[in-house]
Design a protein around this ligand. Structure first.
Ligand SMILES: [Zn+2]
Length: 339
């Protein structure tokens, strides 16, 4: 087994990092919800792709591997050996949020630009996966999550025998910096509101209020990352965004888009912010049952929000998805009974 060190590491984590659900008393029944899939899922098969890193411009390959129940999403640097190659995708491991979300471990090993892949794993309902990357950055692909959704769909999903854990928000938590604001508040399901405003006639003010798990594949996952022409030049001057091009980002110049084919959605900008938030929030370690509200929020604020949330144990509780949702098996039994 190529990842023998990883199996060992996972066993060593079993009683520490992924144990909060065990330490907390089981919550009361909270009524019906849209989160009906109560069991964990992984990929049915391994699947790979290659692309370039947005900031390094280097060619990287990415392989998504199935993983055991309760593994979560774990990145492994395929170019390094041993346990130092392992970087778990959690809010605690976020080490940099400039331009993208970067995770790292105590050995200083990093993986950058994880957010669009994390959004795809979130939107496709993958609880457990090992993500092997050949370098320090996830390939940018077309700047959206759609290529990762395609990969996951090609690999297929496998249902696992452990209950899916859901993070239920019990009290509103809010963070703020300058004009940016982000909050999580109690809600029956996962819902998300986002608003952006630019002093730019093309984008201006865009707002979206969605239940993202219902519409992720059709309305959100194709929204691309975006930037302004003057910013792109400044980044290039600093040696960043070397892999950036009109093939993997929407570039706004004045009140127009430089990309030949224009926008994929009229409000592609705010849809991409919803996509980013979905990726960043999945670093909570599972699905969220609560309402996220973001105003001009970015990766930094999204991570600050999770840190503020977890700092207050009265604001959240892990529960089994099945505790508030009807079990699919019982519907199947009910159908069989009426057939
Ligand atoms: Zn993004």
């Amino acid at each position: 087994m190529r990842f023998a060190f990883l199996q060992q590491w996972l066993r060593s984590q079993a009683t520490t990092d992924r144990s909060p659900a065990l330490a907390i008393p089981r919550p009361e029944f909270t009524g019906p919800t849209a989160l009906t899939d109560h069991l964990q899922h992984t990929l049915r098969n391994r699947i790979s792709c290659t692309g370039i890193g947005l900031h390094s411009g280097a060619k990287v390959s990415l392989t998504l591997h199935p993983a055991d129940a309760d593994t979560g999403i774990v990145f492994v640097r395929g170019d390094l050996d041993g346990e130092r190659a392992i970087v778990p995708a959690t809010w605690r491991h976020v080490v940099d949020t400039m331009l993208c979300t970067t995770i790292g471990n105590d050995d200083g090993v990093r993986v950058a630009t994880i957010e669009h892949l994390m959004a795809a794993l979130h939107g496709c309902g993958i609880d457990n996966a090992i993500v092997e990357v050949s370098g320090a950055e996830v390939p940018i692909m077309d700047g959206s999550a759609a290529p990762f959704v395609f990969l996951i769909e090609c690999a297929g999903l496998a249902v696992q025998d452990q209950p899916r854990r859901v993070l239920r928000i019990r009290r509103k938590v809010e963070v703020q910096t300058g004009a940016g604001r982000a909050s999580l508040a109690p809600a029956k399901d996962f819902s998300l509101g986002f608003e952006i405003e630019y002093n730019n006639k093309l984008i201006a003010r865009q707002r979206l209020n969605v239940r993202p798990l219902d519409i992720f594949k059709t309305e959100i996952c194709r929204a691309r990352t975006y930037g302004f022409e003057h910013e792109v030049e400044a980044l290039r001057a600093r040696g960043l965004a070397r892999g950036g091009s009109l093939d993997n980002a929407v570039v706004v110049s004045g009140d127009t888009v430089l990309n030949k084919d224009g926008l994929r959605y009229r409000d592609e900008f705010v849809r991409h912010k919803v996509l980013d938030a979905m990726g960043d929030l999945y670093l909570a370690g599972g699905l969220i049952r609560g309402h996220f509200e973001g105003q001009r929020a970015g990766h930094g604020l999204n991570n600050q929000l999770l840190r503020a949330l977890f700092a207050d144990p009265s604001a959240w509780v892990w529960e089994d998805a099945g505790e508030a949702a009807p079990r699919r098996a019982s519907w199947e039994q009910a159908l069989a009974a009426t057939a």
